[in-house]
Write a protein that binds this ligand. Structure first.
Ligand SMILES: C[S@@+](CC[C@H](N)C(=O)[O-])C[C@H]1O[C@@H](n2cnc3c(N)ncnc32)[C@H](O)[C@@H]1O
Length: 246
């Protein structure tokens, strides 16, 4: 992919963009790899027409998006365990992106990886319908105050967009150890008629799914005695004409 244009980022993200100074190794990974792997803003029209294939040079058959990947432990795990998939990772926090890119340096190939250091909705809004096989949203910021709920990554407008870009049968996978947020995400998603919740019993959201890749936040929460909730939804196999909001 061509080099990205100079970064002219608009504030579309709530929360930190940069933390403590980067180590030399992370700064160097950011400087060398970000221009190669980042999807240029010019390739992200917000009109829902972009073919995901335009962002990759190898044929895309399975595509996975991770929103807010933090330091990228889960994304690296996905890349290593599913080498046939094309992955897009979005993380606006510079230190997180730099940590991921440093880990990505040792991967044998990176032609199936794209990133964005900005708001994930730029990627989601630009994609045409039925583009993705899975979307991961792991430990999103909880924004506990009611007046900040509109900042949450899972909210009615975004659920509609996640549904639009997932393929029929595609999965929206969320996890959190904040009980109120788990309930909120579940309510927002099941209220949208185009998703089925895959859980059949309480164990399905309390027990870690098979082959689950754990993130730093998840491990930190567990050490502090918090219980992680795993929420997996499937896009129904219906034409969009059949979907009526309730
Ligand atoms: C609590 S951290 C969790 C990180 C990681 N998923 C994990 O479990 O370790 C939430 C992450 O979401 C990112 N984030 C916040 N707003 C975002 C947005 N609009 N688009 C993409 N990522 C976002 C933050 O920068 C932060 O790294």
């Amino acid at each position: 992919m061509a080099k990205t244009e100079p970064l002219k980022r608009i504030q579309r993200v709530y929360g930190r963009r940069q933390g403590k100074p980067l180590t030399l190794a992370r700064a160097s990974a950011l400087e060398t790899l970000l221009p190669i792997l980042e999807i240029p803003l010019s390739a992200l029209p917000e009109d829902g027409t972009r073919d995901i294939q335009d962002w990759f040079q190898t044929p895309v058959t399975r595509a996975i998006l991770e929103i807010g990947f933090g330091n990228g432990e889960h994304l690296i795990g996905i890349i290593e365990s599913q080498p046939e998939a094309h992955v897009i990772g979005v993380e606006p926090f510079t230190n997180g992106m730099a940590a991921f890119l440093k880990s990505a340096q040792s991967l044998p190939t990176r032609d199936h990886i794209r990133v964005l250091m900005d708001d994930a909705m730029l990627v989601v809004r630009s994609l045409k319908p039925n583009s993705l096989d899975s979307i991961y949203i792991l430990n999103p910021d909880p924004w506990p105050k009611k007046r900040h709920f509109k900042r949450r990554i899972v909210r009615p407008e975004t659920v509609e967009e996640y549904h639009r870009v997932l393929k029929p049968g595609g999965q929206l996978i969320c996890a959190t150890d904040v009980d109120e947020l788990a309930e909120w995400m579940c309510t927002q998603i099941i209220r949208y008629p185009g998703f089925d919740w895959t859980a059949g019993c309480a164990d399905d959201w309390r027990k870690m799914p098979e082959n689950w890749i754990r993130t730093r936040y998840e491990i930190k929460g567990e050490k502090a005695g918090r219980q992680q909730t795993y929420l997996i939804f499937k896009k129904k196999d219906l034409g969009s004409a059949n979907i009526k909001k309730g």
